[in-house]
Design a protein around this ligand. Structure first.
Ligand code: F6R
Length: 259
């Protein structure tokens, strides 16, 4: 795992955009997208590169991590709508090639199996963007999720519902249930890119990066991955014991080595 401590959220956005640009320049790219606040600056930078530098998403296929159960794609806070609003509407990514689990399906386990098969048929995900919950979730794999779990329905913790209330009118409007790629599903993406900013994420980041590999902190599954990059700002890095080492390694990073 490579931990990159950045001076600003904008710098993180540029690094993530670099990683996605490299993936997008390869044939038939399959990109994994996250929602929530953490990816927004990266999406804005990708949109800028599309408009000003001709970066194209034309050949790409995209998969979302998760979706709320019971919210139709037309609901403004469904993750299908959020990703359209924040990224897809502004670039040349074909909407038909942007996939998310359908949280309104009548048979949710069957919908999850369909989603897994769709990812497999696309040849797997080249690069998967991840935020991290204050309780250490990635996707919506809440604490004690199986480290080998597949896409399935999950129940949100009350902490996550409180955290996400800012996107809804009130916490009462935040759905209790979600469909999420499992930790096993996420772990099969060829490159995992986790982004976290702010003091509120510091404890979760420290548990994920330097704590034990444990279902108690689902994001610690990144420690098991052969290619995981964690971009954090100073505040999110503030509980890391090895912060000086990460800075040292970055300062001496060989020119030929990308993220
Ligand atoms: C969103 C997702 C979640 C968020 C996490 C952090 O698709 O899977 O794991 O990444 O809840 O959310 P923000 O970035 O809003 O703090």
């Amino acid at each position: 795992m490579e931990v990159v401590i950045c001076t600003s959220a904008e710098e993180i956005g540029r690094h993530v955009a670099d990683v996605y640009e490299e993936a997008l320049r390869r044939p038939d790219p399959v990109i994994g997208l996250a929602t929530g606040s953490s990816p927004l600056l990266a999406y804005q930078e990708l949109i800028r590169r599309h408009r000003e530098e001709g970066l194209s998403f034309a050949g790409a296929t995209a998969f979302l991590l998760d979706e709320y159960v019971g919210l139709p794609a037309a609901h403004p806070e469904s993750y299908a709508a959020v990703i359209r609003r924040e990224l897809v509407d502004h670039v040349d990514l074909a909407p038909a090639r942007v996939h998310s689990p359908d949280g309104t399906a009548t048979d949710l386990p069957a919908e999850c199996a369909r989603y897994e098969a769709l990812i497999a048929r696309a040849g797997g995900i080249d690069v998967q963007l991840l935020g991290i919950g204050t309780d250490g979730h990635v996707g919506f794999n809440e604490p004690m999720s199986s480290l080998s779990s597949r896409t399935r329905p999950k129940t949100l913790t009350e902490q996550t519902r409180q955290d996400n209330a800012r996107f809804f009118g009130s916490v009462d409007d935040v759905p209790r249930h979600v469909l999420t790629q499992g930790l096993g599903t996420i772990g099969e993406a060829r490159h995992l890119v986790l982004v976290a900013t702010g003091e509120g994420k510091a404890e979760a980041v420290a548990a994920a990066v330097e704590g034990p590999l444990s279902a108690r902190c689902p994001a610690s599954v990144l420690q098991w991955h052969p290619h995981a990059t964690v971009f954090v700002d100073e505040a999110a890095a503030s509980h890391l014991d090895f912060a000086d080492y990460y800075r040292h390694a970055l300062a001496h990073k060989p020119k030929w080595q990308g993220f």
